[in-house]
Structure formats: C-alpha cells, structure tokens
Design a protein around this ligand. Structure first.
Ligand SMILES: NC(=O)c1ccc[n+]([C@@H]2O[C@H](COP(=O)([O-])OP(=O)(O)OC[C@H]3O[C@@H](n4cnc5c(N)ncnc54)[C@H](OP(=O)(O)O)[C@@H]3O)[C@@H](O)[C@H]2O)c1
Length: 268
C-alpha cells in the first residue's frame, strides 16, 4: 500500500492534535478520509478548514459501542469499504491512584481501550478483504506505567496486548496490525486530561511548545504505515524510557519518579 491515493482511511479523533494532522496529511496524499469526535463544532470547523469532497466527519463518542458501529457502517455505506483504520481518539488523566475515582479510570478505559475494540471489530471484515492496516495510537505509557496516569497506562497496555493478539491471529493473512507510541507531542491532550473526579484539567503541566509537533508525529505514523512496521516508538525520551524499562526496570522506577515528582508532589 505504498500509494495512499483513493485509499479509504478512517481516523478516530481527527478534530484535534495528532488526529487532525493525520487527516490533513492523508488528504494531501489523495486518500479519502472519514473521521469522528464528540464535539460537533470542532468537526464543522475541520470540514470548513479542509473543504474537501474526500473528507467526511461524524459526531461519535467512541466509548459507546452503538455509535462506533454506526460510524463504521456509515463510512462503508458512503465509500464502499475501508483500507486503513487508525484508532487515534484518546484521553489522558492526571491524579494519584489513592485519589482517583473509579469513574475517571473507567472513562479512560472506555475511550482508549474499548473505543478501539468497538471500531476495530466492526471494520475488520472490510480491512481483511482489502489486506489493509489497523493502527492503534498507543503511548510510551503502553510500555512503562507512568505516575498520575495509572488509568491511562492501563488502557494503553491493554491496547498493545489486544492488538498484539490480533496481529498474531492475522499472521500471514496480509492484513497488517500495528501500534504507534508517540512521546510527548504538542496537542490538547493534557488540557483535556481527566482529574480525579473525571473533569477536564483545563491546563497543561508541561511546556507544550517544547515537544514534537502533531504534524511531525503524523508524518512518522504515515511512514510507519507505508513500511508496515510492527510498531513505532517516537522521540528520544520515549525511546530511552522504553529501553531503560526493558533492561533496567528498577533504575527506570527512580528516573521516572524523579521526572514527574518534585518535593514529594506530582508536578507533571
Ligand atoms: N499528545 C501526546 O503527548 C500523546 C503522547 C502519546 C500518545 N498520544 C495519543 O495520541 C492520541 C491522540 O491524542 P492527541 O494528543 O492528539 O489528543 P487531543 O489533541 O486531545 O485530540 C484528541 C482527539 O480525540 C477526540 N476524542 C477524545 N475522546 C473521544 C471520544 N470519546 N470519542 C471520539 N473522539 C474522542 C477529540 O475530540 P473531542 O474531544 O471533540 O471528542 C480529539 O479530536 C491519543 O490516543 C493519545 O493517547 C498522545
């Protein structure tokens, strides 16, 4: 699938951040793109901004099974099939385990893990017919549990495991399954991250200007899809974290704690 022209690409969560950059770049490559998000006004703005007959948008909450199934069915009704599904819609959280409500943990799992399961299961027959690609946008938190992000880490570990099992089931079939793990990337994710009571944080604890851009992240993801890479880990810090955690896990505990805490308080 070296050429994306006229390929039908479904991207969840395409109204902001990495998803929006993926929408823009796939359109520029001549693909037909269907995307979704919860906020209609952001989707309307996206349609206006890109103004393309090759873009269709749907208001969908991926944590709802029926909405995911109807989204995938609507794309197939309109364009006949699906070649690539990118499960990108995601939400983060920031709160210590002892303070975090079960509601926060469940919301994160419902969106990041179950949203991927619902969309993938519904789209799978079409993608298999086309020997296409299924992508999960995971995280470094899918390789290394991060403090303050217990639910987020759990959701991304679950995502990686589920996709790895699917990949193995489809081994040799021609359908490709991969997970991509961005490092810190400038986007709305830390603003939208849930607090201990499942409300949006409304601020980022990090310098958003000092990260990989969403556009660069999307370019790496598209190149990895083109090469059908098994997985992708991005940024120097991200790669170092995954490496350290694999070979020196106890040392990684100390370094990660040091990065996120100051004077015993979670500061990032
Ligand atoms: N940015 C990073 O540093 C980073 C690092 C590692 C991994 N990632 C992963 O990259 C993916 C994209 O994140 P981002 O940084 O681009 O975040 P973002 O800027 O907050 O964008 C998230 C997108 O997903 C949509 N979305 C959120 N919840 C949804 C739901 N329940 N149903 C449908 N759409 C939903 C949002 O639109 P609505 O809010 O309108 O629904 C938005 O379009 C996520 O899976 C995230 O975990 C990001």
């Amino acid at each position: 699938m070296a050429n994306f022209k006229d390929k039908i690409v479904v991207i969840t969560g395409g109204s902001d951040g990495i998803g929006k950059a993926l929408v823009q770049q796939f359109l520029a490559l001549g693909a037909k793109v269907a995307t979704c998000g919860r906020t209609k006004s952001k989707l309307d703005q996206l349609s206006q901004e890109f103004n393309s007959p090759h873009l269709i948008v749907f208001t969908v909450d991926v944590s709802k099974q029926a909405e995911c199934e109807s989204f995938i069915s609507s794309v197939v009704a309109q364009w006949g099939s699906i070649d690539i599904l990118i499960n990108n819609a995601g939400i983060s959280m920031r709160a210590l385990v002892k303070e975090t409500s079960i509601e926060t943990l469940k919301s994160v799992m419902d969106i990041n893990f179950w949203g991927t399961v619902y969309c993938t299961k519904k789209a799978l027959p079409f993608i298999e017919q086309n020997k296409g690609v299924i992508v999960g946008v995971s995280s470094i938190a899918g390789y290394r549990g991060l403090p303050g992000r217990s639910g987020y880490s759990a959701s991304k570990y679950a995502l990686n495991g589920w996709l790895e099992a699917l990949k193995t089931e489809l081994y040799g079939s021609g359908t490709h399954v991969m997970w991509v793990c961005p490092g810190f990337t400038t986007s709305n994710i830390r603003n939208a991250a849930l607090d201990k009571n499942a409300n949006a944080q409304g601020e980022s604890p990090m310098d958003e200007g000092d990260m990989m851009s969403s556009a660069e992240c999307a370019t790496h993801i598209i190149a990895a899809i083109q090469k059908r890479k098994r997985s992708l880990v991005l940024t120097f810090t991200g790669k170092r974290t995954v490496f350290m955690n694999k070979f020196f896990p106890a040392w990684a505990d100390k370094l990660v704690h040091h990065f996120f805490f100051k004077d015993g308080k979670l500061v990032k």
